[in-house]
Design a protein around this ligand. Structure first.
Ligand code: ITT
Length: 203
């Protein structure tokens, strides 16, 4: 069975590949195919966007596809950056520009609570889909710390490990992160997922 990982985000791709390692599935990246149109991520929720990305890739490529929509939800900012996490500082913002904007917005805020959220959608070309989700709680530091990971990881302090997500290894992050939690549920019933794909793939 082929499964396309429908993301352009290299950090996500690394983590998803590591977490699905050893499962009986041939993983392909979007780059393994010719140019395909960009999908607009205009959904209001992580669910909407995850489904859109997975269903679109599956329909265009003719293979089952898995997409991840995720982001950082910050209490003191009424849930921002949320579904706009990738583009918080502008359309083509870098990870650094995004977390610098977050630092700016968090100046003087005493409530530093935040959660990473992730929705994983697995879709087939007909549009049928499975959904998994995960989240993890932490706080936003006043300065970045650590070099690992991607996105907002240098600012996301995870109290249970007393470190930011940029100070732990990819394996450690995979055990506790929003994405790790969602993907462990996929992994736990991978046989069922493969059966579901088989049944739902058009001839
Ligand atoms: P694709 O849509 O191509 O998958 P994207 O980066 O645009 O890539 P999203 O719309 O889901 O994906 O945005 C997710 C953003 O949330 C991501 O760019 C990071 O800024 C942030 N994010 C998600 N998971 C993260 C993690 O594990 N660590 C740090 N930041 C994360």
């Amino acid at each position: 069975t082929i499964l396309v990982i429908a993301t352009r985000n290299k950090g996500k791709t690394r983590e998803i590949r590591a977490l699905l390692k050893g499962f009986p599935v041939e993983i392909k990246n979007l780059d393994d195919f010719g140019p395909i149109p960009e999908i607009e991520e205009d959904g209001e929720t992580f669910d909407d966007n995850a489904y859109k990305k997975a269903a679109f890739a599956a329909r265009v490529l003719g293979y089952p596809a898995m997409a991840d929509d995720s982001g950082l939800v910050v209490d003191a900012l009424d849930g921002a950056p949320g579904v706009r996490s990738a583009r918080y500082a502008g359309e083509n913002a870098t990870d650094r520009e995004n977390w610098e904007k977050l630092l700016e917005q968090m100046k003087g805020k005493t409530n530093r609570k935040a959660a990473f959220q992730c929705v994983i959608s697995i879709a087939v070309p007909t549009g049928a889909a499975l959904t998994y989700e995960g989240q993890c709680q932490g706080t936003i530091l006043e300065q970045p710390s650590g070099e690992n990971g991607f996105g907002y990881d240098p600012l996301f302090f995870y109290p249970e490990l007393n470190k930011t997500f940029a100070q732990i290894s990819m394996d450690e992050k995979g055990r506790v992160s929003h994405r790790g939690i969602a993907l462990h549920q996929v992994a736990a019933e991978f046989d069922k997922v493969l059966d579901w794909i088989d049944i739902n793939m058009p001839e």
